[in-house]
Design a protein around this ligand. Structure first.
Ligand code: ZN
Length: 292
């Protein structure tokens, strides 16, 4: 599942290529995947910006200027609400991918939504598991999405402080520390990979109750979360199974992983065999020697 570093890498690859391009048409091959509560038009949107919050991508779209003949096109017959701008939210979930194609090609088996671009290519939303969602919102209405509206601070943001993490551990004191890290309302953007790696670097057992961890350890964890996330962005994400960026390129952080998916292998720190257990309902990897 793409986590913050992967989604940020996708954002960076896309913005470089398609900022100020026009989406001429949004074609939906599978109706469940594209959600349009505000009845936004599916034609002629200029991509002004692409932002990220947690694991969400937000495309800021502005109505593209059309010449007069185009203005009389089918758009006016579609009964869509005329809006000058909108926000397109993309949540990739498990296996969602946004892939740029230089030319229009046959849609792949799992291409559910296609954005036809003015440069002759397309941006395709591809998702084998089909849990990913694309939602079009009138500006500001993105906060109607509960998951988005309740996101905690960004790990690399100024409001994610050691004190915030200490208070969060107090608030969720009965939860496991891994459960806290995975809770998007506590901190935005962390998933299984970066939770396991941060806890390894901080020397904390993932199944430990958040309320039982000393403040000094939480401060160290805060520092390690920021370190791991920043490093992973630098390595362009972790390519486990099928993650690729917007251009189809893999990331490199899988080469830096210490514990994630390393069960049965020696700990890079002490040589003890890495173990795997279930914590917070997720596969969890840790070193029984280094993590207390
Ligand atoms: Zn170890």
């Amino acid at each position: 599942m793409p986590e913050l570093p992967e989604v940020e890498t996708i954002r960076r690859t896309l913005i470089e290529k398609i900022q100020n391009q026009t989406i001429e048409e949004i074609i939906c091959y599978h109706p469940d995947v594209l959600v349009n509560p505000d009845d936004i038009s599916l034609k002629n949107w200029l991509i002004k910006d692409i932002r990220r919050r947690g694991k969400y991508l937000l495309f800021d779209l502005e109505k593209a200027k059309l010449n007069i003949s185009e203005n009389n096109s089918s758009e006016n017959n579609l009964n869509h609400v005329a809006k000058d701008s909108c926000v397109m939210m993309v949540h990739l979930r498990m296996t969602g991918k946004l892939l740029l194609e230089e030319n229009i090609v046959e849609p792949a088996k799992h291409t559910h939504v296609r954005f036809v671009l003015s440069n002759g290519g397309s941006l395709d939303f591809n998702d084998t598991r089909r849990f990913g969602r694309i939602t079009l919102f009138a500006p500001g209405h993105e906060f109607n999405d509960h998951g988005f509206a309740t996101l905690g601070p960004e790990p690399l943001g100024y409001d994610f402080t050691a004190d915030h993490l200490i208070n969060t551990c107090k608030r969720y004191s009965k939860s496991t520390i891994k459960g806290v890290l995975l809770n998007q309302q506590a901190i935005a953007g962390i998933g299984n990979i970066y939770a396991d790696e941060s806890l390894f670097r901080a020397g904390i057992m993932p199944g430990r109750k958040a309320g039982d961890i000393p403040k000094t350890k939480i401060k160290l964890l805060h520092q390690k979360i920021r370190e791991v996330i920043a490093e992973a962005i630098g390595y362009r994400g972790t390519s486990f199974r099928d993650y690729v960026d917007g251009l189809g390129n893999k990331g490199f952080f899988q080469l830096q992983l210490a514990v994630y998916q390393k069960d049965g292998e020696p700990c890079p720190n002490c040589g003890t065999t890495i173990e795997r257990i279930k914590v917070a309902g997720r596969s969890t990897h840790f070193c029984p020697q280094c993590q207390k």
